[in-house]
Design a protein around this ligand. Structure first.
Ligand SMILES: Nc1ncnc2c1ncn2[C@@H]1O[C@H](COP(=O)(O)OP(=O)(O)OP(=O)(O)O)[C@@H](O)[C@H]1O
Ligand SMILES: [Mg+2]
Length: 336
């Protein structure tokens, strides 16, 4: 369904010296810097697959998506989506793909959402009966009814993201590109969006490529991940144990009521771990505990804390994708 071979994209960045003199100099001679956003990326994705395309900030994820959706032309290499070269035939490509860029909406800001769908119906030339069935399906899966009459600019972020997803799916595309579809959303809306994505993939065998910084998205949705780092593909495979094997550091941040309530010396956990598996820090009335969740459970740590002090607030953080990638490098999993 998606075929990418030795894909590279370079951007020319024109550097400008600071100040007026710099601007004047720039008229005659401009310093150019070549930025390699992606380098020799290759992969194939079959019909019905849901693949997580992950990497740190600036790794080249959006650049790859933009090439596959026809927004950018690569500097070299090949790319075909459903037999079409996207950047050579953007209109034909647009007929069978859907795209959501979580960072910005593609909806008409001032129009009621329902009118956006009517316009898309005309753009994609969707027959009336197909459109009605599709709208019914999307309204149900994405729960659109309560805000479909409102102008897009009045929607909350979670509503807008669901609306963006619906507009990307209105023509029942064979391939769906999702670039950070859950960014900035609360846990409840994230879960709703994930459920919808999963359902669409299963029901229609839609091929889905998803970029995200949220490990939960990946774990719940994808069997396969492709990791890119500084523009290069470093991993392509199964993710079954990625969190267990490489995401084992959990951080707990607890704020306690009384500043003098706790000192590192009198905190007793009742178990001994070396410093790489258990690390404590106290700042003002906050304690930050980083620990290896393979060696000790979150509940054990919390139980010990509750024993010692009165807790006002508590947050638990799992490891992010960036740190997991670092751990995978250390373990020799990635071909740097
Ligand atoms: N239009 C552009 N002009 C110049 N450089 C660009 C352009 N678009 C992207 N880049 C550069 O290419 C690299 C890859 O960018 P890209 O947006 O693909 O990263 P990303 O993996 O999507 O990151 P993020 O997780 O932050 O969204 C970055 O170094 C970025 O600065
Ligand atoms: Mg991006």
């Amino acid at each position: 369904m998606i075929y990418v071979e030795n894909l590279s994209k370079e951007f020319c960045i024109y550097k400008r010296q600071p100040g007026i003199l710099g601007s004047l100099k720039g008229i005659f001679k401009r310093d150019i810097e070549i930025k390699k956003a992606i380098e020799n990326i290759s992969f194939n994705i079959n019909k019905g697959e849901m693949v997580g395309y992950i990497g740190a900030n600036g790794a080249g994820k959006s650049t790859t998506i933009k090439i596959m959706t026809g927004i950018l032309t690569p500097t070299s290499g090949k790319c075909q989506v459903n037999g079409i070269t996207p950047y050579e035939n953007r209109t034909a490509n647009a007929q069978h793909i859907g795209v959501v860029f979580g960072q910005r909406t593609q909806l008409w800001w001032d129009l009621p959402l329902s009118e956006t769908f009517t316009i898309l119906k005309k753009i994609y030339n969707i027959p009336e009966d197909q459109y009605n069935t599709r709208m019914e399906f999307l309204s149900e899966v994405l729960d659109l009814d309560s805000f479909i009459k409102y102008p897009v600019r009045t929607l909350s972020l979670g509503q807008r993201m669901r609306a963006d997803l619906a507009s990307a799916l209105i023509h029942n595309p064979k391939v769906l590109f999702l670039d950070e579809p859950t960014i900035g959303l609360d846990i409840v809306v994230k879960e709703k969006i994930r459920k919808a994505i999963k359902f669409i993939n299963q029901e229609y065998e839609t091929t889905i490529i998803l970029t995200t910084h949220d490990l939960q998205d990946i774990e719940e949705l994808c069997d396969r991940i492709i990791i890119i780092d500084s523009g290069k593909k470093v991993y392509d495979g199964n993710i079954k144990n990625i969190k267990k094997d490489y995401g084992y550091i959990t951080t707990i941040e607890a704020t306690f009521s009384n500043k003098n309530d706790l000192s590192l010396s009198n905190l007793s956990f009742g178990f001994k771990l070396d410093s790489q598996d258990l690390n404590l820090n106290i700042e003002d009335n906050k304690i930050i505990i980083r620990f290896n969740n393979k060696k000790v459970a979150v509940s054990q740590i919390i139980a010990c804390l509750i024993n010692e002090v009165q807790i006002k607030d508590l947050h638990i953080y799992e490891m992010g994708i960036e740190d997991i990638i670092k751990n995978m490098y250390k373990a020799g999993e990635l071909n740097a």
